[in-house]
Design a protein around this ligand. Structure first.
Ligand code: BTN
Length: 270
C-alpha cells in the first residue's frame, strides 16, 4: 500500500467514523491483491459480518461486469469491495443504490458532477454527447458454504490518468482529468463509503423510492437514447425510457416496452 493511501486514509476514516455507518472501523487496506472482490468473498465464506471493506492500491486480476477485466494499475484508482447481506426486498435495488452512492461520493469529495448509465456506470458527459467512464460497480451475488446469501459489492473509480489498454483509454476518464487539480483519494473513499452506508440504510428501511428517484435524476440524460439489448434470444432494439418501480430498465421498442434486469445493454449513440 502506498504510504500516501495508508496514512491519509486512516486519518480520514477516523475523522468521518460517525458518518460511515456499518463501515465504521471495518476498513482493511492492502498493497496488491488479485481482486478486492476475491478478498471479500473469502471473508464471506469464513462467515464474516456485513460491512467489512477491502481497499487495495492495485489489483492483478481486477474484474468488471460481463466477464471483462478492470484495469487496476497501482496508485491510479480506487479499488474497493464490501460485504453486504441485504434483505430480499433490498436485494434488487443494491446495484442502483451503489451507483447513486458512488456518484454522490465523488461529487462531495471533488465537486465533479457525473451521470449514471444503467445499471451503474458512473460517467462524465462530454460536450460532443459522448460519455466517458469514470467508475464501475460489480455486484456479485453469492451463497456462503452454509447457504446464506450475500453480495460482494466492488467499486472501481479512476482517480488519476494512467496507462490502460487502448480500448479502455478510449472511453475512460479520471477525476483528475476532469477537475484538473489534486484529488484527495482518501476523501473520495470516505465520501463514497458514507454515501453507500446512507443509501444502504435507505434500502433496508424500505425507502427504495428515494433511491430510484436519485438514480433517475442522475440518469435523465441517458433517456431517449437508442440501445440494443442482448436478450438471450436475439438483440432487442429500442429507446431508453427510464426505470420502473422494481429498478428494471425500460426499453421502448416498436412492439411495446421491455423490462431489462440483466445482460448487456449496448448504447448505439453516446
Ligand atoms: C464494471 O464497470 O465493469 C465494474 C468494474 C468494477 C471494478 C471493481 S475494482 C474493485 C472490485 N474488484 C474487482 O475485481 N472489481 C471491482
Amino acid at each position: 500500500m502506498s504510504l500516501f493511501l495508508m496514512t491519509d486514509l486512516d486519518d480520514a476514516l477516523s475523522a468521518a467514523s460517525d458518518r460511515l455507518g456499518l463501515f465504521a472501523g471495518r476498513v482493511r487496506t492492502f498493497a496488491e491483491v488479485t481482486s478486492t472482490n476475491d478478498i471479500v468473498a473469502a471473508w464471506a465464506d469464513a462467515g464474516a459480518e456485513e460491512g467489512l471493506v477491502a481497499v487495495a492500491d492495485s489489483q492483478s486480476r481486477g474484474r468488471g461486469r460481463l466477464g471483462r477485466t478492470w484495469s487496476s494499475p497501482p496508485g491510479a484508482g480506487i479499488y474497493i469491495s464490501t460485504l453486504l447481506r441485504p434483505s430480499d426486498a433490498a436485494f434488487p435495488f443494491l446495484t442502483l443504490a451503489a451507483g447513486v452512492a458512488v456518484a454522490d461520493g465523488v461529487e462531495t469529495a471533488s465537486s465533479l458532477r457525473t451521470i449514471l448509465k444503467w445499471p451503474n456506470d458512473v460517467c462524465v458527459p462530454r460536450p460532443d454527447g459522448h460519455w466517458m467512464k469514470l467508475a464501475g460497480i460489480l455486484a456479485e451475488g453469492r451463497s456462503d458454504p452454509g447457504g446464506k446469501r450475500h453480495v460482494v459489492l466492488g467499486i472501481g473509480i479512476n482517480v488519476l490518468p494512467a496507462e490502460h489498454p487502448p480500448d479502455v483509454s478510449a472511453r475512460a476518464t479520471s477525476i483528475a482529468e476532469e477537475v484538473g487539480n489534486h484529488v484527495d483519494r482518501a476523501a473520495v473513499i470516505v465520501e463514497c463509503l458514507a454515501a453507500l452506508a446512507s443509501a444502504y440504510r435507505d434500502l433496508l428501511g424500505g425507502r427504495q423510492a428515494s433511491i430510484l428517484e436519485a438514480w433517475t435524476s442522475r440518469a435523465r440524460e441517458t433517456f431517449g437514447r437508442k440501445v440494443a439489448w442482448d436478450s438471450g434470444s436475439g438483440d432487442v432494439h429500442g429507446v431508453v425510457d427510464g426505470i420502473d418501480a422494481g429498478g428494471a430498465l425500460l426499453i421502448r421498442t416498436q412492439s411495446g416496452h421491455r423490462r431489462v434486469t440483466a445482460g448487456e445493454v449496448r448504447w448505439l449513440e453516446h
